[in-house]
Design a protein around this ligand. Structure first.
Ligand SMILES: [Zn+2]
Length: 435
C-alpha cells in the first residue's frame, strides 16, 4: 500500500546540478545511493522501505564477511550507509525523510500499514559517527596469549583465534554490527528471541538507531519461579545458538536484557520454549563476536595495557578435588581481575558459554526477590546448585544477600571473585533445559 502523495514532498536534498541531470536517466527501480536526490522515492511504500533497510544491512555484513579490510570505508559509502552532514528541519537527510513518511516524530513511530502494521519502533540518538578499523596488532597479542595459556582453548577459546581479522568499532557501530549478526544467527535458527535493529544512519553530526520497541527486564516481570525459569531457559537457548559466533557480551547484566510481552512457543534442539514473554539480548556496544573469519570488538580506551593481561595458567583441568569432576574451571582473582574486566578489548573469545551466563545469572539473582524465587522452585534450585561447589554456593548466596541496588558488570565480576567457575556451564544449563 502506498502512502499519500504529500509524503513525497519531504525529501529534498542539496545536490549539484550536474548530478540532478544525471539522475534523470537512472531507472527508478534501481536502488539509489543516498547522495542521489531521488533516494527516497522508491521507499514511500513502507514494506519497500524496510526491505531496502534489510538489503543495506546485508550489504554491510557482506563486506565484513568477504572483505574485512575494506570495512573501514563502509560508513562513508553513500551506496551503503546514509551519512548526511546537512540534515535540518528545512532539508531532511534521506533517512529522516524516510522516517517522516511514517511519523511526524523523529523519536518513535508505529508502522500503520504493510506487513509490519502495528509494530512500534524507537529512534535513539548518539553524539558520535560510526567508525571501524582493522586492529592488526591483536593477532600477535592473541597468539601470545594462546602460547602462554593454551588451556584457555578448553574453556571457550577457538584455536583459530590468532588467525582472525580483528575489527574494532566505536560503541555505536559495534552495537549496530553485533546486534545485526546476533539477529541474523537467531533468525537463521528460527529463534524469535531477537531485538530487531532496523537501520542506523548519521545526520548533522549525530547517529541514529531505529530499533523495534521492547521493555527493560525488571522485577515486576519476575514474580514467580516459573517466570524466572522462563527467562533462564530463553537465555540458555540464545547462548546455545550464538555459540557458533562465540559471543562475549561485554556487559552481561540485567540492563542488557529486554523483553516483549508476546508469548512464544517453539522447540529448539530438544529444548521446549513455551514462555509468556519474549526475552532478547540487547546493548552490544562492548560485545565481541565472530563472523566468518572476522572478529568484531569494541575499540579500546588507552587506559589499559595489553601486555599486562598476559597471565599464567587461567584454566584448571577437571578434578574431583575442586568439586567439579567433569569440567575445567577458572577463577577470577584480585590479580587477574583486570583481564576479565578488559578481555573485550583483547577481542578473542575467552570463557565463552560460561562467564556471560554466570554474570547474567548472578545479576538476575541480585534483583529484588529473585534469589528467594530461585531457591523456592525445585528445578531452579537444582540448576542453581550445579553452578557452584558446595562451599562456593554458600559464599555467593551470602554475597548476593548483601547487595543493595543492581550491580554493574564490574561489581558482578567482584561477586564472582575467588569462586570456582565451570567452563562447561552452557552444556550443563542446556542439559537441564532439555530435562
Ligand atoms: Zn537526518
Amino acid at each position: 500500500m502506498y502512502l499519500s502523495k504529500k509524503l513525497f514532498l519531504t525529501g529534498k536534498y542539496r545536490l549539484p546540478l550536474s548530478k540532478k541531470l544525471f539522475l534523470t536517466f537512472v531507472s527508478p527501480r534501481k536502488r539509489m545511493s543516498y547522495d542521489d536526490i531521488a533516494a527516497c522515492e522508491d521507499t514511500a511504500n513502507v514494506d519497500d522501505l524496510f526491505d531496502r533497510w534489510e538489503s543495506e544491512k546485508n550489504g554491510i555484513l557482506r563486506v565484513i564477511h568477504e572483505s574485512p579490510h575494506v570495512v573501514t570505508s563502509v560508513w562513508n559509502d553513500p551506496s551503503r550507509y546514509s551519512n548526511d552532514r546537512y540534515c535540518s528541519s528545512y532539508q531532511l537527510c534521506p533517512q529522516c525523510s524516510n522516517i517522516s513518511h511514517l511519523s511526524d516524530s523523529q523519536r518513535s513511530f508505529m508502522v500503520e500499514c504493510g506487513s509490519r502494521a502495528g509494530q512500534k519502533y524507537n529512534v535513539s540518538s548518539y553524539s558520535t559517527m560510526p567508525s571501524t578499523v582493522v586492529k592488526e596488532s591483536l593477532k600477535a597479542l592473541v597468539s601470545r596469549l594462546l602460547q602462554i595459556n593454551p588451556e584457555v582453548m578448553k574453556c571457550g577459546t577457538d584455536s583459530n583465534s590468532a588467525n582472525l581479522t580483528y575489527l574494532a568499532s566505536n560503541p555505536f557501530a559495534n552495537n549496530l554490527l553485533v546486534s545485526w549478526i546476533v539477529g541474523d544467527t537467531l533468525r537463521n535458527n528460527n529463534i524469535p528471541n531477537r531485538e530487531h535493529v532496523a537501520i542506523a544512519y548519521s545526520c548533522a553530526g549525530h547517529s541514529k538507531l531505529v530499533v523495534e520497541d521492547a521493555k527493560a527486564v525488571d522485577s515486576k516481570l519476575l514474580s514467580t519461579p516459573d517466570q524466572v525459569s522462563a527467562l533462564i531457559r530463553q537465555l540458555v537457548v540464545v547462548y546455545h545458538c550464538l555459540n557458533e559466533n562465540s559471543l562475549n557480551h561485554g556487559n552481561p547484566v540485567i540492563s542488557s536484557l529486554k523483553y516483549d510481552e508476546k508469548a512464544i512457543g517453539y522447540l529448539y534442539d530438544g529444548i521446549l520454549v513455551d514462555c509468556p514473554f519474549t526475552l532478547m539480548l540487547s546493548n552490544f556496544s562492548l560485545s565481541t563476536i565472530s563472523f566468518g573469519m572476522s572478529r568484531l570488538l569494541p575499540e579500546s580506551s588507552s587506559k589499559w595495557r595489553e601486555q599486562g593481561l598476559l597471565f599464567g595458567p587461567l584454566v584448571k583441568p577437571a578434578s574431583c578435588q575442586t568439586g567439579f569432576c567433569e569440567s575445567n574451571t577458572y577463577t577470577i582473582t584480585s590479580k587477574n581481575l583486570s583481564l576479565f574486566q578488559h578481555m573485550k578489548y583483547v577481542g578473542c573469545p575467552l570463557f565463552t558459554g560460561s562467564l556471560d551466563l554466570y554474570c547474567f545469572l548472578v545479576s538476575l539473582a541480585c534483583m529484588p526477590g529473585v534469589m528467594g524465587l530461585i531457591l523456592s522452585g525445585d528445578s531452579l534450585r537444582h540448576t542453581w546448585s550445579k553452578l557452584w561447589t558446595i562451599k562456593d554456593r554458600e559464599t555467593i548466596e551470602k554475597r548476593v544477600s548483601r547487595v543493595t541496588g543492581q550491580p554493574d558488570a564490574l561489581q558482578v565480576l567482584s561477586l564472582l571473585k575467588d569462586l570456582e567457575l565451570r567452563c562447561d556451564l552452557l552444556n550443563v544449563l542446556v542439559d537441564d533445559a532439555r530435562g
